[in-house]
Structure formats: structure tokens, C-alpha cells
Design a protein around this ligand. Structure first.
Ligand code: IVH
Length: 695
């Protein structure tokens, strides 16, 4: 046997063995070896693959991580549309009163009306209809395509017909099989839900908070955001999982949904352990109730129960109405609420200086997440809606989309005698006066927001302000991440944005996780940012209400920082598109001596406040729409976009007949195909520069 055969044998064995242990660990909760032993085998495989890349197998566990960053998410077309589940019958039949009546009606139909599974099935209806009840998983729907048992690609549901391909991120999900066990040959579509593991999600949020990053508001949106990342390393580091629940095309020979689920499990998918096969509607009712009871103790979010007719033959007869099958319905549970004791109210100061009352609670589990603080939103809610008093018991709620909130107060005897909780008059962090700002929502004139007035001097605003200053749309300082900013701030190296420009290599070299090369790169990035245009500096300074387009309008209108700084509210309001709230906040920003001092500091350290080119009405690309695709040899996407816009052109994300030019670079994807199909003009970077008159 040759040496190469030995490599191959060992590598094949390692792949099979590592995948087996991974399943035992992630799906069966029954590891056979220690993490240490697993890591050793994994390392051995990595080394072998590095030496023999030709022998690397697509289902190798190493292929889950370290995949390439993708340039964009190509469209993912579902050969069989991904439908939705109707829960509309719930609204259609309010006269039936309750959930169970509605369920009975779903099966039996309503007197003197068409519909009802039994009527639709007619003579084919069995005496007892068999169902499967499953949790309605509150995650992100996905379709996975396997060919001859190997995972080839997968994508999001999108509009049901076309989603986005996210294979690079799907591969990183530990319990998603890259190779199926004993699956039939050919092509297979497996559908299911990507979800966050809740304890892992909490841990991740705690870590983010400690690092000064924003918490993810809820697991579902976070899952959607994670799966859309271009760099698979991000998803690879996060606690995501996949449950299979349906198929695009059911493999031949399968007779029932339950059988399909059994096949899924045998092929290596995680199938939800709470799925129940039920004979008749009474068992369905019991299963839905059981699920609802277990809901709050699950490690993932569910927002209801799905009831499916089990027999595929019956499913076939029942068919579909518009976009959902008649053979399935979803019950949505109400958002979970619990009562707990209020310990105190913390007034937290956000990055923009907004002061938010946050209820500190006796920890309590709500919908699978332990909650120990819940937002009270604002002074009005706290003081007037709830009339919150010391020692109150509160009702806490966590709806799918929102962070935990106080939904009400429990009335108790003697409550009126306890004192109200008061809103502070000064910033709880730095002691500066609070500014009061009326909500611009006309219908809520009673609503005021409170802000710490010490924009660049309040420590609560500092880390956030520095991070924001260096962010991509602002000064775009690559490498200035949250952990680094925290170190710079906590060690007193950076007290305000302009301090960044005084950092030295020696200072940086003393920081944790900062190699010499990173220090050099960071200093270079800081230096480059001195040349950012005025609009970006304005955004970077964090003037309230000034986002990307407002900053651009201001910079275009006033031309230079000096002119802008002296503009009063009247002059500011004259800028088209700028309303009273923006002009007030800009004027106020420049009235603050601290802010003026910081602008002077920035000037001292060489920040240029570079004026924007005036709006190109007669620009070379005025009225033209361009689409960028692929990687251009020298221009970044942002740079190309900026050039096109400066020349009066518009950059669009998708190709249509209205597109004037598609600018294609290396590895251009489907947009290029579409352009060719529609006969849209295609240019490369040179062609773009020629259009701009820069060639
Ligand atoms: S079956 C046509 N089963 O709910 C029905 N869907 O409204 C095919 N969902 O985004 C889907 N849990 O991804 C099915 N146990 C479950 C489900 C489930 C959640 C999602 C599904 C889709 C939505 C349909």
C-alpha cells in the first residue's frame, strides 16, 4: 500500500469518526469522547488536509469553518415554492369563540358552508384522521439541497419563490449534516428552521454587552442577520441550530409526514423531539396544550404549534389555497407574560446620551430567556402609564420581536401609599444637566425624551461615541473594534475622538491582543481617515438626528465646517429636507463649548473636514442607473459608488430593463447573467472610469 493510500485511509476515517462524534455531541447529547480528544483528532485532520488538499472531502468537519468570504448573496430559486402556513382561519371564525372550536371546525367544517377536512376528503376520510403536531419554530426558514447525500447548497425562503443563497453560513451549523447517512441517491430538498440556542444567545449577548457592543434584540432577527453575513466565520462562532420540518419534494415511497420525519432523523438531521403523532382532534388539542406548557422551558423560541394532516395521500387530496396548504394550520401563542418583583429602576445612558428607565427585576424566565431587566421605554410610560411605585410587582412580556418590557403593574392593596419612582434631573453617569426633547410624533405630544447634554464628555457616551466615530459610514477606521475601543477608553488613552490621532505605536503595542503589524495598520487607518469628507465627520461626531443623507445635505449646502458652525436655526432650516428637530439639534451641538473645543482639537491633529464636491447636476452620469457586481481591480464598492454618485448617477442593487450600465468585476455573479439576458450595457472598471471622464 502506498503512502498516499495511508493518508487517504486515515483522512476518511477521521472524517467519519469526527462527524459521528459531532452528531453524538450536538444531536444526541451523548458524547463518547472528551472535547480534548475530539480537538486532537480534528487537529490531525486539519494537518493532513493542509498537506493533502486533493484528498479533502466536502463533508469534512473542517469545511464548516474557514470557508471563503463571499462577495454577495446570490439569488436562491426554490424549485417548489416555499409556502406559508395559514392561521387565518382563526380570524375568519371569531364567532366560534375559541381555539378548540376553530380546530374542530377545521376538521369538521362549518354548518352550511364548504370546507372542513372531512368534507373535502369525502369518501376518502378515515374514521379518525391522523395528524402531526409540531412546535412552530420561531426562526428563519431555509431550504437545503442535497445531491447523492452531500449538502450542495441552501438558501433562505425570501418571498417563497426566490431567497438568498447562504450555503457558506449553513455549513457552519454544527447539527446540519454535510453528508447524509443512507439517503437515497439523487437530489433532495429538505426544509426547516435555523434557530439560536437560547442559553448560547444569552451568553453571546452578555459578552457583547461587556465588550460595549449592541445586544441583539431577539433570536430570530439575530439569526436572520447572522445568516446574511458574507463572512462565514461570524456564523461559525455563533450557537445556531437547524431543525428539519418539511421537504420541497417528498422522496418516493414515503407515505406519511411522520415517516418523512423519521427518515430525516435517520439521515442525520435534528428533528424536533416534541413533534407528536396524534389520532383525532382531541389528541391534537392535548398536544398543543402540552407544547404551550413546555414553551417557556425550551432552549429555543417557538411562537405556536403547527398541525399537519399526516397522510400524504390525504394532503394531496386537500391541496392548497393560494399560498398555504389546506392540510396544515398554525396556532400562534400570545407573547408570554410573567409577574415578578421590581427591585429598582436603573436609568441607563445610551450612546446618544438618551436616558432610558430600565426596571431591575427579581430574575424570572419568560419564553425561554431569563430576564432580570426590562425596559420601561421612557419617562412617560414609567411615570404616567404605569405610575410605577417603589416595591411594585410588574408584568413582564417578551414578544418575539422586542426586548423584554414592562407591560403593566399588578394592583395590590396599599399600593397608593408607596412613593412614585422619580426620573432624575441630571445625567446619572456624569451629572450634567439633561436636555428634554419632545417626541416628533404629533400624536404623542405628551411624550418627552431626556438626553445627557454632555455629548463628548460623558463617559457613558464615550466608548460608544468613539466606536461610532470610527465606524464604516463615519471615519471608516478599519481595526477600531469594540474591544480595542474599550481598552483605549479604560486606560485613559482616548478621552475624546481627537485623541485617536495622537496614539503612538508604543501605546498600542502595550494593549492586549495587539501585534506590531496590527498597530501599524491601525495607525495607517487612523491617518487615512484624516481625509474624510465633511459629511462623514459630521456623522462621526454623533450630532443627534444627523444620519447619512442629512449629513450630506448639510455638507453640500454649507460647504465648509466654518460656515456650518456659525449657521443659526433659521439658516439651518433653509436647507431642503431639514426639519425643525434636525436644525435644533445641529444648532445646539455647535452651541456646546465642549463640542467646539473638540472640533478645534480635530483640526489641530490634521482632520481635514474635506468639502464635498457640489451636487453634479450636469455630471457625466446624471440620470443614469448603474449596478455594481463582482470585485473591481482597484476600486472598492464604496469608492465606485461614491464616484458614480458624485457624477450624478444612481447605484441600484438589482438589474432591470431600466439599468443603464452594469459594472462587472471579477467573479461577477447572477447580475451579470441578468444584464446579458436583458441586453444591458456591461462595462469593466476601465469602462466606468471612461464614463466618468477619468480614464
Ligand atoms: S411546515 C407549507 N413546520 O412557518 C408549510 N413550518 O408560515 C411548510 N415553520 O416560514 C412548512 N415551524 O418555516 C412547518 N414545524 C414547522 C414549522 C414551520 C416553523 C415556519 C416555516 C415558514 C412558516 C410558515
Amino acid at each position: 500500500m502506498s503512502l498516499f493510500d495511508a493518508d487517504r485511509q486515515r483522512m476518511d476515517w477521521l472524517v467519519v469518526e469526527l462527524n459521528r462524534h459531532s452528531t453524538l455531541y450536538h444531536q444526541k447529547n451523548a458524547p463518547e469522547i472528551t472535547d480534548y480528544a475530539y480537538d486532537k483528532l480534528y487537529r490531525e485532520l486539519e494537518d493532513l488536509e493542509a498537506r493533502r488538499p486533493d484528498l479533502r472531502r466536502p463533508e469534512s468537519p473542517t469545511q464548516r469553518v474557514g470557508g471563503d468570504v463571499v462577495a454577495e448573496l446570490p439569488p436562491f430559486v426554490h424549485e417548489v415554492p416555499m409556502l406559508s402556513l395559514s392561521n387565518a382561519f382563526r380570524k375568519e371564525a371569531p364567532e366560534w369563540g375559541g381555539v378548540w372550536e376553530e380546530l374542530l371546525e377545521w376538521e369538521a367544517g362549518k354548518p352550511a358552508r364548504p370546507g372542513g377536512l372531512r368534507k373535502l376528503l369525502g369518501d376518502d376520510a378515515p374514521p379518525v384522521i391522523r395528524y402531526v403536531v409540531e412546535p412552530k419554530l420561531d426562526g428563519l426558514a431555509m431550504e437545503l439541497i442535497y445531491e447523492d447525500g452531500l449538502f450542495v447548497r441552501g438558501g433562505t425562503r425570501g418571498d417563497g419563490v426566490t431567497g438568498e443563497e447562504v450555503s457558506h453560513n449553513l455549513r457552519t451549523i454544527r447539527n446540519l449534516p454535510l453528508k447524509l447517512e443512507n439517503a437515497p441517491p439523487g437530489r433532495m430538498s429538505v426544509r426547516g428552521e435555523v434557530l439560536y440556542d437560547l442559553p448560547g444567545f444569552e451568553k453571546m449577548n452578555t459578552a457583547r454587552e461587556a465588550a460595549g457592543e449592541k445586544r441583539f434584540e431577539n433570536p430570530r432577527n439575530a439569526a436572520a442577520g447572522t445568516m446574511r453575513q458574507l463572512d462565514p466565520k461570524i456564523a461559525g462562532g455563533r450557537p445556531l441550530m437547524f431543525f428539519a420540518h418539511s421537504a420541497g419534494v417528498v422522496p418516493p415511497g414515503v407515505k406519511s409526514h411522520w415517516e418523512l420525519l423519521e427518515h430525516f432523523a435517520a439521515w442525520g438531521f435534528s428533528v424536533n423531539p416534541l413533534n407528536r403523532r396524534c389520532d383525532g382532534i382531541q389528541e391534537v388539542i392535548a398536544a398543543i396544550s402540552e407544547l404551550e406548557q413546555r414553551r417557556s422551558s425550551l432552549d429555543y423560541e417557538i411562537d405556536g404549534a403547527v398541525v399537519k394532516v399526516d397522510s400524504l395521500e390525504e394532503q394531496e387530496i386537500l391541496g392548497f389555497v393560494t399560498r398555504s396548504p389546506r392540510w396544515a394550520v398554525a396556532f400562534k401563542y400570545p407573547p408570554p407574560q410573567v409577574q415578578t418583583a421590581l427591585r429598582s429602576v436603573l436609568f441607563s445612558v445610551g450612546r446618544t446620551g438618551i436616558v432610558t428607565p430600565v426596571a431591575q427585576l427579581e430574575p424570572v424566565r419568560v419564553g425561554g430567556v431569563t430576564v432580570s431587566n426590562a425596559t420601561l421605554h421612557n419617562e412617560y410610560q414609567m411615570r404616567h402609564v404605569h405610575g410605577l411605585r417603589e416595591g411594585d410587582r410588574v408584568i413582564v412580556q417578551r414578544a418575539g420581536d422586542v426586548i423584554p418590557e414592562v407591560a403593566g403593574v399588578v394592583e395590590q392593596p396599599g399600593r397608593e401609599e408607596r412613593p412614585y419612582i422619580t426620573f432624575p434631573a441630571t445625567c446619572p453617569v456624569c451629572g450634567a444637566a439633561l436636555d428634554r426633547e419632545q417626541s416628533d410624533d404629533k400624536k404623542r405630544s405628551e411624550l418627552y425624551f431626556y438626553f445627557c447634554s454632555n455629548r463628548l464628555g460623558c463617559p457613558a457616551q464615550l466608548s460608544g461615541a468613539i466606536l461610532h466615530f470610527g465606524s464604516r459610514l463615519c471615519m471608516e477606521i478599519d481595526g477600531l473594534g469594540d474591544k480595542l475601543v474599550d481598552q483605549l477608553v479604560s486606560q485613559g488613552l482616548v478621552r475624546r475622538p481627537s485623541d485617536l490621532y495622537r496614539l503612538t505605536q508604543e501605546q498600542l503595542a502595550n494593549l492586549e491582543r495587539m501585534g506590531k503589524q496590527s498597530a501599524v495598520n491601525l495607525l495607517k487607518a487612523i491617518d487615512t481617515s484624516r481625509g474624510r469628507t465633511l459629511d462623514r465627520v459630521l456623522m462621526a461626531l454623533g450630532v443627534r438626528h444627523v444620519g447619512e443623507s442629512t449629513a450630506r445635505d448639510l455638507a453640500r449646502h454649507f460647504g465648509t465646517m466654518d460656515v456650518l458652525m456659525t449657521a443659526d436655526v433659521v439658516a439651518l432650516s433653509a436647507v431642503s429636507g431639514i426639519g425643525p428637530a434636525v436644525s435644533a439639534s445641529v444648532a445646539e451641538f455647535f452651541a456646546h463649548p465642549e463640542n467646539l473645543a473638540e472640533i478645534a482639537h480635530l483640526r489641530e491633529v490634521g482632520v481635514g473636514f474635506v468639502p464635498l464636491p457640489q451636487k453634479a447636476t450636469g455630471g457625466a452620469l446624471t440620470g443614469k442607473t448603474l449596478v455594481l457586481t463582482g470585485t473591481l481591480p482597484t476600486l472598492s464598492r464604496e469608492a465606485a459608488k461614491a464616484k458614480i454618485e458624485a457624477a450624478g448617477g444612481k447605484v441600484s442593487g438589482s438589474v432591470s430593463k431600466k439599468t443603464d450600465f452594469v459594472v462587472a468585476g471579477a467573479e461577477a455573479g447572477s447580475k451579470l447573467d441578468k444584464a446579458q439576458e436583458l441586453g444591458v450595457a456591461i462595462v469593466d472598471e476601465g469602462g466606468l472610469l471612461a464614463l466618468l471622464g477619468e480614464a
